[in-house]
Design a protein around this ligand. Structure first.
Ligand SMILES: [Zn+2]
Length: 64
């Protein structure tokens, strides 16, 4: 997955490490209920209208 060059070292929303960042400009569906790799996705609005998704694994989310 793409990580933008100016992505921060930690998630700006929850301050945890993340596995990847994806940038979106249109609608997207997120369903992590049965996702074995990722536990949480945080959303950060960016200047210019992009929405960055920070993907956290179960380990990074710290909920196990
Ligand atoms: Zn986060």
């Amino acid at each position: 997955m793409d990580v933008p060059a100016d992505a921060p070292p930690a998630c700006p929303v929850c301050d945890h490490d993340y596995d990847s960042v994806s940038a979106h400009r249109s609608g997207v569906m997120v369903n992590l209920l049965d996702n074995e790799r990722y536990r949480r996705v945080c959303f950060e609005p960016r200047p210019g209208g992009e929405l960055w998704f920070f993907h956290h694994t179960h380990e990074q989310a710290g909920t196990d």
